[in-house]
Design a protein around this ligand. Structure first.
Ligand SMILES: Cc1cc2nc3c(=O)[nH]c(=O)nc-3n(C[C@H](O)[C@H](O)[C@H](O)COP(=O)(O)O)c2cc1C
Length: 354
């Protein structure tokens, strides 16, 4: 059975009857047995890009949080994703917050989570990634700090060094709303100290990305942009989930945690566009937040994203979405007279437009 097309259509009513975390657990277990199959995500040379030393076959990535423990990176690459990001992984294993902590907001095509970095810890995840290293594909690792850590910067340095040999890139996640105080690392002085210490230990070959929240003020975003300039990071991921609550229909809207999916699209795309304008496009950006079809992926790209990532839309549409987005983006390029996707990046923000 191919989980990505017929399989998802058949499985969805069953999965959506389960509690959201149970459904996720079931999905990972099914993918581990090979039920995911392989989607013929077509090969579009126009969608390929070279960024920070890596060749991305297409710009659609799996956002972290889906495969926190690197159990199914190859099954997800086989769904057609151009790259997959594992994690968040912390140095020591962690149980995360009390359940329930994951909620579907079906009427809003959204998700709220307050998982709290539940993960197997870096030793176990490292072994899984080491075992699949020769399979290739772009597999990033998103690193975080333990909730009870006494030195959070040391946790990030440890994660970076631990995964340097098995990750295509490392993402420094300082934007989860579910670890109290973590997002304070986005403040100018703390961020500067964090990036300095990471860069002192970062192997020259290893791309290092920074993932930020969509809830930063303009001044805070400007501070982040200044700290990231001059090669301090290879790219910035905008954004993580939001603690804000745009108008929502579902009763689960009252749940504490980070909101993702459709209602995050506008806020995260505005932040991305602003960041692109502040930096003049000098720092590559990966756009995440409400990517659910070719239209939303294209909107991120023309606002300044070189790549996109998605998670929540998988819950509602299944992995066939990836091939659909790639097909749609390739059509967009033709419609707008662009030869390559990278030529379209940020064009909405350029004076002349196209
Ligand atoms: C259940 C869930 C768990 C997540 N866990 C993580 C995580 O561990 N680390 C992280 O950087 N982002 C995490 N995210 C955020 C996503 O990677 C992504 O940035 C966000 O959901 C916006 O994309 P989307 O609207 O396509 O879901 C999580 C999101 C969800 C829905």
């Amino acid at each position: 059975m191919n989980f990505s097309r017929l399989g998802f259509a058949l499985a969805k009513p069953f999965l959506h009857q389960l509690d959201a975390e149970q459904a996720h657990k079931f999905t990972i277990a099914a993918l581990k047995t090979g039920l995911g199959g392989r989607d013929s995500a077509a090969n579009y040379p126009s969608l390929q890009s070279q960024l920070f030393g890596l060749t991305f076959p297409n710009p659609v990535g799996l956002a972290p949080g889906f495969d926190k423990n690197a159990e199914v990176p190859d099954a997800m690459l086989a769904q057609g994703f151009g790259f997959v990001e594992m994690g968040t992984v912390t140095p020591r294993p962690q149980a995360g917050n009390a359940k329930p902590r994951l909620f579907r907001l079906a009427d809003d095509q959204a998700v709220i989570n307050r998982m709290g970095f539940n993960n197997d810890g870096c030793d176990v995840v490292f072994k899984r990634l080491e075992a699949r290293r020769k399979h290739g594909g772009i597999v990033g690792v998103n690193i975080g700090a333990n909730k009870d850590s006494e030195d959070r910067i040391a946790d990030y340095v440890l994660g970076l060094q631990k995964f340097a040999s098995v990750a295509s890139y490392i993402t420094v996640n300082i934007s989860s709303p579910n670890t109290p105080g973590l997002r304070n690392l986005q403040a100018r002085d703390d961020l500067q100290r964090l990036l300095d210490q990471l860069n002192a230990k970062r192997p020259a070959h290893l791309p290092m990305l920074l993932k930020i929240a969509p809830d930063l003020s303009v001044d805070e975003l400007q501070d982040v942009a200044e700290c990231c300039a001059g090669g301090a990071v290879s790219a910035v991921i905008i954004s993580n989930t939001t603690i804000s609550r745009p108008p929502l229909k579902s009763i689960e809207a009252k749940e504490t945690g980070g909101l993702s999916g459709k209602p995050l699209f506008e806020l995260s795309t505005q932040q991305l566009s602003l960041f692109y304008q502040m930096t003049g496009g000098a720092i590559p950006v990966i756009g995440a937040g409400g990517v659910a079809d070719a239209e939303t992926a294209w909107a991120k790209i023309i606002a300044g994203a070189s790549l996109v990532q998605l998670y929540s839309a998988l819950v509602y549409k299944g992995p066939a979405l990836v091939a659909e987005i790639c097909a749609g983006l390739s059509q967009k390029l033709v419609q707008h007279n662009f030869l390559r996707l990278q030529d379209a990046v940020g064009y909405q923000n350029t004076k002349s437009g196209k």
